[in-house]
Design a protein around this ligand. Sequence first.
Ligand code: 2P0
Length: 345
Amino acid sequence: MSGSCKFECVTCTAPVNIAVIKYWGKKDESLILPTNPSLSVTLGQDELRAKTSVAVSESFKEDRIWLNGREESIESPRIQNVLKEIRRRAHKRSADSKGESKLFQHVHIVSENNFPTAAGLASSAAGYACLVYSLAKLFAVQGEISDIARQGSGSACRSIYGGFVKWKMGEREDGTDSYAVQVAPESHWPEMRALILVVSDQKKLVGSTEGMQTSIATSELMKHRINLVPKWTDEIIEAIKQKDFTTFAKITMRESNQLHAVCLDTYPPIMYLNDTSKLIIRLVHCINDILGVEKVAYTFDAGPNACLYLLEEDVPRVLHLVKHFFLPAQSNGQPSFVTGIPVPE
Ligand code: 2P0
């Protein structure tokens, strides 16, 4: 880049969120409006995260985007939705201030994850949350922005906030009441821990977007789930407020199992869990049986990797057991992160 090129740049990071009440199904594909509310825990900034830099310059000839070092098409409808909405709000804000020249300049976006993309580790959630947050900073867009992140990838709206976050399903057809709210900050329950067990870092066979479309179209169980999930959402929010880990754990595991039952009830069936995932489920139930109460909970997204929720005091013994039953990865090039327990197939 020449010395005369002037540009303005903002860099932000956004962590992954792991849902305990999962989003699975849309009632509006283009606005990304869900068929049920969902609730997640946002992980710490130093763990699984996306990092995004956005720049504007009068020397840029077009909008461009690079993801994990590779240039991708900026024409993706979801990226376009986000860019248009940010520019629309920025224009509205600056309408009275003669307009800022940067609103008419092109953007360059560079984003990277520090974990495998599309392996069911909520990469799109962190990625779009980070993109929207960075663009909002660059263009001084204020107010609620989780609804813009939602239009990039549904679960991304929850990564805008830390701690325990609910994505309100909303009632309105225009989606203006479908956004994320913080139920409790991280500091409310500082003993809460998440262990990510990386069973596979391969790209999943059926993407979430396609998977949930097929479930909506074919699964009978899905209709039952849509009615049940709002009740579980209210109950788990109460458990979080009361710091009632047993109830939190039971709902988390039952909800995850139900999601994967819906996936199996989808036609053709979707199987995200593999044999290692199922062994992890068995191990967690064994641990809880031995301890006489739910001390650890598993949850699985659209992939075989497990997220275990537990309290800090139980991390050493659970880690010991996980390491005992699942050998630590050999030097096979797999990334080792969070508490670093890659579980080989
Ligand atoms: C969740 N998942 O609540 C659930 C659990 C996957 C299983 O949100 O189509 O990538 O981009 O809105 O956000 C994955 O869905 O789907 C997801 P789109 P997204 O975390």
